[in-house]
Design a protein around this ligand. Structure first.
Ligand code: ADP
Length: 435
């Protein structure tokens, strides 16, 4: 029924779109979390560096205790700050490097020979980032956060001071987290491929269903249109073969052509109604209607027709309330059900219309003792072009669109319609409409 390759392509497109959407969301999420973790982990080390720098530039450390270069006070004497608490002492994790004007480390002794020779011998001064906390790796192994700033004291041979703090522990956590994110990404990719596949399949389902429905509708409609057209064409061609004959002699052919034309006209108007219903083009014009009075008025001509066909027609109207409906559509709904009741009943059968109020809703029942509908076919009778007995339906002029239109009208009024098999004989259609 449907073009498989088009749907497969479309499904693939949906799948790709879902996958891209999932991946973008996950990537943004990972970047935010990763950045946040990194920032949080480094923030403590960075704080320490800034505090250390501030104290160093304000001569707040005990030079002796810290083993730093002598800071000259106003009077050219060493300024000593006695430690008040832990914060007053230099952080033992921080290494201070003084760079001379020639780009060499000038405080090798203060740093410690062992540390200098093992780690800083080949370390070069990088002046690209001044006063900015940056990460660096020494000996390709040890990670440090550092800050480099210009020395403001012109009286010594120090050009720059660099504060380094080891962040190996933080880096290990970040590396582990990085690994975790990569593992999660792989798992997420596998999961999102499966999820995208399932979602795209789910998205395609209603599209395929409505495509099939539409294709079926067009096929049925063309079939229904072709039959009367062929009959009319044949009859007219037959009339052309004997142009001298009188109309009275060809009465049957003309009458049949006319009845098929009427059939065509009803069919096209039904098709138009449903096409407009599908495109939600038709809007209701709601008016307040007295249920019983309206039903009585619509039923009047049917009562006469039924009696002329020797069928019993009864009314039991007990719904003295007003409801808001589109009068034209409400009339059309009752006509469809009454037409069917007449079509599918025989002589001495009875047709009845009953109204009452149930749960603040107006209920209208159209019942008959006609041929009835088989229990197994009840779920399909509201489907477009569905006819239980195609031959009989055609005889009575039906194409199987009446109940589809009836259902659309009721649903448009936010009501409900159902068909039930009568205990003895025939069918009852029950409509419930809100006030
Ligand atoms: P149609 O124009 O063929 O009557 P409908 O959509 O009105 O189309 O009805 C669909 C089918 O439901 C009919 O072909 C018929 O088989 C069945 N049906 C509808 N109303 C009745 C009824 N009152 N009694 C028995 N069968 C009915």
């Amino acid at each position: 029924m449907f073009n498989k390759s088009i749907f497969t392509k479309q499904q693939l497109k949906f799948m790709l779109l879902n996958l891209i959407a999932f991946s973008v969301i996950f990537t943004i999420f990972s970047i935010i979390i990763f950045g946040q973790v990194q920032r949080t982990l480094y923030s403590h080390a960075d704080e320490e560096l800034l505090l250390f720098k501030e104290r160093l530039t304000n001569n707040m450390f005990d030079n002796e205790a810290a083993g730093f270069r002598p800071q000259l006070g106003n009077e050219g004497q060493n300024k000593v700050f006695p430690p008040k608490d832990k914060k007053e002492n230099p952080n033992p994790r921080i290494t201070v490097i003084h760079w001379g004007y020639g780009g060499k480390i000038v405080n090798k002794d203060e740093i410690g020979t062992l540390f200098y020779e093992n780690y800083l011998q080949d370390y070069q001064l990088d002046k690209t980032k001044i006063d900015e906390i940056t990460t660096t790796t020494i000996n390709d192994l040890y990670d440090f956060r550092y800050i480099l700033f210009k020395d403001t004291n012109n009286q010594d041979d120090i050009a720059y001071t660099q504060l380094l703090i080891n962040v190996d522990a933080e880096q290990t956590i970040i590396s582990n987290f990085e690994r975790l994110v990569i593992i999660c990404s792989i798992i997420f990719t596998i999961l999102s491929i499966s999820a995208s596949f399932i979602l795209s399949k789910k998205m395609m389902k209603p599209i395929i269903q409505s495509w099939n429905k539409q294709a079926e509708f067009v096929e049925n409609a063309s079939h229904e249109l072709r039959t009367p057209l062929t009959i009319i064409q044949n009859k007219l061609e037959l009339l052309l073969t004997s142009p001298n004959e009188r109309i009275a002699d060809k009465f049957e052919n003309i009458a049949l052509s006319l009845s098929e034309t009427r059939r065509l006209s009803k069919l096209t108007s039904d098709l138009l109604t449903l096409a407009r219903a599908d495109s939600s083009e038709t809007e209701l014009t709601l008016q307040t209607v007295d249920v019983d009075a309206f039903v009585r008025k619509v039923c009047a001509p049917y009562q006469e027709i039924a009696e002329s066909q020797e069928k019993h027609f009864w009314l039991n109207l007990k719904c003295p309330i007003n409801i808001k409906v589109d009068e034209t559509r409400f009339h059309q709904l009752l006509v469809i059900l009454l037409d069917n009741a007449l079509k599918y009943t025989s002589e001495s059968d009875s047709i009845g219309v009953k109204t009452y109020v149930d749960d603040h809703k107006a209920v209208i029942e159209v019942t008959d003792t006609g041929i009835g509908i088989k229990e197994k076919n009840l779920p399909y009778i509201f489907d477009r072009f569905y006819r239980e007995d195609k031959a009989r339906s055609r005889e009575t002029g039906g194409v199987g669109l009446g109940l589809s239109i009836a259902q659309w009208i009721v649903e448009k009024h936010k009501g409900s319609i159902k068909a039930v098999k009568n205990k003895n004989k025939g069918t009852t259609f029950i409509i419930k409409l809100q006030k």
